[in-house]
Write a protein that binds this ligand. Structure first.
Ligand SMILES: *[C@@H]1O[C@H](CO)[C@@H](O)[C@H](O)[C@H]1NC(C)=O
Length: 400
């Protein structure tokens, strides 16, 4: 890997910070120009980020590719170029335990649709107005970049919202999962009636956002404000139903997905180390966009996921949602489910559409709610998916 040779980046810490603009270089290369932010830099927009561009990071670009040491700056360049990766600097041994001692059997999943009455009762309290109110504020932070001041502020706003929603249900725990950077991940957990070590059902989304150049504003309304909001509204509805089940249900809001799945890897690693069993994990990353001229549907990702769980999700969409599922792919390490897969857990991923029809405004200042194709009712379908997923997998007996 000689990424440095692929790009030209005039980055002078002493230069006056001006807004960089991306230009298309020769052979489709992405070139930053006019950037002037260095370590712990602050762009003219007033965004404060604690990031050392010279910091060396261990990064993996493919399942069978050996990890390589590159700088933070080279990592940003690779991302700008559309390359997908996991930054494994802090979690180089993620998945080692399951690799050395593979589980004797995988979880199998029930036939979806058995709890139509109960699940649809919970759907009644889903509110597009709640979702709008939350996401307007959440996408109003200048950036939710995981190493930024406002990334921490947006996380505290999410935390406060969760505490407010669950204020009359104290058995639900709401915890920050701390990281070495400013923005913590958040884990909420419903009480369960089964054995103490009953396997967990996890619904995930990532709370952080980024601009292609992290020192610039990043509203991140769709990526992944939408998934964060879809799961938040599912959580609200389950709280309203005083939900509890034999298996524990957790909602995770990861920090630093945009840094190379850093937050979810740290959590998956901690679960692996503690021997926490995970029955199933569903990631929702981008749930709002319905491209003009396409049929509104749920993209069920088929690559780098658990096939049985993916088939189960397909059935959930057919049984519970108002729109059909559609098969699609997104490549290596395209969202936080990959961290759980790597840890040896069965994980899955649902996205707003076929991957090729998804929102092209992400990682820019244009990723806002102000587009005709940005749909809150589409986001609500994903809240329904999350509720059905949580309900069926925590109520139904495990076949493992
Ligand atoms: C949930 O529990 C609270 C407090 O015990 C109660 O007031 C409320 O009616 C319950 N809601 C439902 C839907 O059962």
């Amino acid at each position: 890997m000689h990424l440095a040779t692929l790009f030209t980046l005039p980055l002078l810490a002493a230069a006056v910070p001006t807004a960089p603009h991306l230009v298309q270089g020769q052979q489709g290369q992405v070139v930053f120009s006019g950037a002037g932010a260095g370590a712990a830099g602050s762009a003219s927009s007033g965004i404060k980020i604690d990031l050392d561009l010279d910091d060396l990071r261990l990064v993996q670009f493919g399942e069978r590719e050996p990890p390589v040491w590159i700088t933070e700056l080279e990592k940003i360049e690779a991302k700008a170029k559309g390359r997908r990766f996991m930054d494994i600097t802090e979690t180089p041994t993620l998945g080692l335990t399951s690799f050395l001692t593979p589980a004797s059997a995988k979880y199998t999943y029930p036939k979806p649709g058995k709890y139509a009455k109960e699940v649809k009762e919970i759907y009644k309290s889903l509110s597009v107005e709640h979702m709008k109110t939350f996401l307007k504020k959440f996408s109003g932070f200048k950036t939710r970049y995981y190493r930024s001041d406002t990334g921490r502020e947006s996380q505290l706003f999410l935390l406060g919202t969760l505490r407010e929603i669950a204020r009359n249900y104290p058995e639900v725990t709401i915890k920050e999962f701390e990281h070495p950077w400013a923005q913590n991940s958040i884990i909420v957990r419903f009480p369960h009636s089964g054995p103490k070590d009953a396997p967990v059902v996890v619904v995930g989304a990532h709370q952080d956002s980024t601009n292609m150049w992290p020192f610039l504003p990043a509203p991140g309304a769709d990526d992944d404000g939408s998934g964060t909001t879809s799961s938040l509204e599912a959580f609200r509805a389950l709280i309203g139903a005083n939900f509890t089940a034999p298996f524990p249900v957790e909602f995770h809001w990861y920090s630093a997905e945009e840094g190379g799945l850093l937050g979810s890897q740290a959590i998956a690693k901690s679960y692996e180390e503690k021997g926490i069993k995970v029955r199933a994990m569903l990631q929702m990353d981008m749930t709002a966009w319905v491209k003009e001229g396409t049929t509104e549907s749920v993209g069920v990702i088929q690559d780098f996921v658990d096939p049985a769980l993916t088939e189960f999700n397909w059935g959930l969409v057919e049984a519970y949602l108002d729109i059909p599922p559609v098969k699609t792919q997104c490549g290596y390490a395209c969202s936080d489910h990959a961290s759980f897969s790597k840890a040896g857990y069965q994980s899955s991923f649902a996205i707003e559409s076929r991957f090729e029809d998804s929102n092209k405004n992400i990682h820019s200042t244009s990723d806002t709610i102000d587009h005709p194709e940005f749909s809150f009712t589409h986001m609500r379908e994903f809240s329904k998916l999350a509720i059905a997923f949580a309900y069926e997998l925590s109520i139904a007996k495990s076949d493992k």
